[in-house]
Ligand binder design. Structure first.
Ligand code: NAP
Length: 247
């Protein structure tokens, strides 16, 4: 039980990587704060599944792009558990288009959720972690933030920005026993990639040395590793979990 007595917050835990991560932490004894933007029913299912594994779970609606929502989220978490030891900035969206067709709202929405949302949560979490002199922050970037991708300029900018914020905050907090790292998944089988056609997926698999898409559990495993107490000397790093795609 590596996370017994630890409070772990995971944003956007209704499905995909967030859900797999919540279940993995629950199996390791963590108390959980899980959030959703609109999928209340799915969030309740994740809560029930985590509770069945013995976890205490607070499940809250909170839009990461809204400052007031994030403030209320962290206040409620502290009222319930007294601290937040681990923050997993997982909530994210895509609104793909080639540049010439990309609407300003498509750019703004992705930046607001993926980049500003991570900033707001890191700022709120840091205040709590600094008081306890302990913290592990894991941000979800993407192979697209490392390498770029045609048709995903907005998403790529947001995920490259997450890497910049990760490295900068790691330097600010390293001496306070708070680590900040990023995981950069490749192509993972979730709702986010479900919209791709089978032929596009097959083309993509050809570019993955491992010749398969990743699973949400592949990513959850890495997030837990970075969130462990014993991983505290690792900070400011971007760990690509992509079957070799970014090499
Ligand atoms: P997903 O299946 O689409 O789930 C996204 C989650 O984010 C949902 O729980 C959703 O909640 C939540 N969310 C969306 N907007 C939100 C907001 N404004 N406030 C709070 N929560 C919000 O995504 P995924 O594939 O598991 O991806 C998880 C993370 O990994 C994302 O940051 C993504 O960019 C990153 N990633 C994914 C892949 C991939 O191949 N799947 C690759 C690289 C990086 P609701 O259901 O309530 O809307």
């Amino acid at each position: 039980m590596k996370f017994e007595g630890r409070c772990v917050m995971i944003t956007g835990a209704t499905r995909g990587i967030g859900k797999a991560t919540a279940l993995a932490f629950a199996k390791e004894g963590a108390d959980l704060v899980i959030t959703y933007a609109s999928s209340e029913k799915a969030a309740k299912v994740v809560k029930d599944e985590c509770e069945a594994l013995g976890a205490k779970v607070l499940c809250l609606k909170s839009d990461v792009s809204k400052e007031d929502d994030v403030k209320a989220l962290f206040e409620t978490a502290v009222e319930e558990f007294g601290k937040v030891d681990v923050l997993v900035n997982n909530a994210g969206i895509t609104k793909d288009n080639i540049l010439l067709r990309m609407k300003t709202e498509e750019f703004d929405d992705v930046i607001e959720t993926n980049l500003k949302g991570s900033f707001l949560c890191m700022r709120a979490a840091s205040k709590i972690m600094l008081k306890k002199r302990y913290g592990r922050i894991v941000n979800l970037s993407s192979v697209v933030g490392v390498r770029g991708n045609a048709g995903q300029l907005n998403y790529s900018a947001s995920k490259a920005g997450v890497i910049g914020m990760t490295k900068s905050l790691a330097k600010e907090l390293a001496a306070k026993n708070i680590s900040v790292n990023a995981v950069a998944p490749g192509m993972i089988e979730t709702d986010m990639t479900a919209a791709m056609t089978d032929s596009a997926k097959e083309e993509m698999k050809k570019m993955i040395p491992a010749k398969r898409m990743g699973t949400p559990e592949d990513i959850a495993h890495t997030i837990l590793f970075l969130a462990e107490e014993g991983s505290g000397y690792i900070t400011g790093q971007v760990l690509c979990v992509d079957g070799g795609m970014a090499v």
